[in-house]
Design a protein around this ligand. Sequence first.
Ligand code: MSP
Length: 621
Amino acid sequence: MQARQRLPLAQHLYNGACAAARSPLAAAAAPPPALPGGSPLPRRLYGGAAMLRPLRRLSRPPRRAAATGPGRRLLLSTPIFYANGPPHIGHLYSALLADALHRHRRLRGAGPGRLSTGTDEHGLKIQQAAAAAGTSPPELCERVSSLFHQALTHAAVSFTDFTRTSEPRHQRAVRYFWGALRDGGALYKGSYEGWYCTPEECFLPESQLTEHRDAQGRPCKVSLETGHQVHWTKEENYMFRLSAFQDPLRKWLRDNPQAISPHPFYQRVLHWLEEDLPDLSVSRERSRLQWGIPVPSDSTQTIYVWVDALVNYLSVVGYPETHGEWWPAVHHVVGKDILKFHAVYWPALLMAAGLAPPERILVHSHWTVHGQKMSKSLGNVIDPFACIGQYTVDGFRYFLLRQGVPERDCDYYDEKVVKVVNSELADALGGLLNRSTALSINPSNTYPCFSESCFPKVLDYRETKGMGRASAEDYEFVASVASLPLQVANYFEGFQIYKALECIVLCVRQTNSFFQRHRPWKLNRKDPAEQLWLDTIIHVTLECLRVYGTLLQPVIPHTADRLLSRLAVEPEERGLSSLTFLARYNGKSCPFEGRQLGPDTGILFHRLEKSRQPQIETKKL
Ligand code: MSP
């Protein structure tokens, strides 16, 4: 009865992307139907609209739509990392993708932005890890959380917020969110049983399990995807009426084809939504799980760690008071293993709590090591601290973002880092800067002048004969550099940072060929005509380097800074919205022409040496 009385509130609260859809909870208000007997899925044996006393509400602020247009706000997020073990390169990859997007957006001069990250500290997994390490959960979390904080800081991840789920402000937000679910009629109490996978912190259906043997050789069941053992669990839980959100979720996705990228992941989620979508157990008996947030008004239950963790995206923007300034202008970067939590459970929970789903979910695949999954038991977990120590912050950032392809798993090995970074950063980019600024070639150490007579503007670059000194190939090359900023912006927008880097490298190589082709070191400075052409070659090369330095800032911030400083590009000239290229070719003035170059601080990027030791994690907690 109570659930029915609260339905109008649920309808009123939910005014997000699917507002037009039939109220999901209206259909669900009746006691949930039993699943067919013998179903291999986790079963709800009985249920009912056993609603709790309403939570005393915090004052609800007026809802404010997130700003739209060029000055719009955006919250970018990384997942919050489990505090049960030290960071590895897979974690760092999630964070670097989000960081590069955040930095790129800032350089574009887009509106206010935040980058949130943090640690996921509750749940059975952490409780068991603490016991295994002979410590308490709070102590373990303190230690591990600070390791993540350090690793991200060390890797120059420019996060603005670091949330720990053990913080009071987060816990308060979770309790409030729970109240919104309950008051909206989205929860009921039921008995629940199924196979629980602690490392994944979720129940798994029989179809996702396989037979195996445990360490003692006894038969057991393990998760097909991760190989982790599952345990049969039967208890009284609060259930979330996920099944009622199947149609609204489908509608949300059909109306927002960009909501999940890359596209294969969007299709995967649509496919899940074609299948049975059982209700979700959203609490655990407190007797089994003490390390978590108690269910408001029912101290015998602990809130499910995934509900607790997902709410970090709201607590960081001040839910339930000030989140309206940001929500739902939110982009979540997540690994494919946690896609269902973000693309099915989270939007449904949000709708049930009267909030719109996030604007975008950006999904990436995994790093394997020599073709194998990274795991502690295989002893092949790659340590980001060791990698940064060996390959430098920018070298390692570049490698992960250049070689990581969100659509598919990528394989890590040390030789590949050395090869990619040496060839693209040290040789191609660093070599180009070195050659074009060498005193032997540019004794005045200035940004030289461009000569229109050497490189005249043409309408058709195939007809350049007898016009100046630039060849058709040169015209083609400057045209590709001119289109690079837009290409890069589109690739960032499409969550294909690796493709943006691929295009930049291609242009860097073309610039090296241009330089090589014209052999500026052979030109005679004393001959005024030769001098004009020599200056033009250097001007074009420095213009290219300025574009590359500007575009590379989100990925290799330190190297890009050194490059731009060497070219005397002032901090306020490093934005993407005002990025020009070869203004003189287009008859405009170039503010850099004639400017004294910045100090020579040596080699831009030192070649890497292959380490004798693999970068395996050895930290003890
Ligand atoms: N705590 C949850 C997330 C909660 S967000 C509300 C979690 N934590 S995690 O520490 O296991 O994973 C954090 C991120 O690291 C996820 O995006 C996950 O996909 C990513 N990676 C973990 N292993 C990975 C690889 N081997 N390769 C690439 N990324 C991987 O899940």
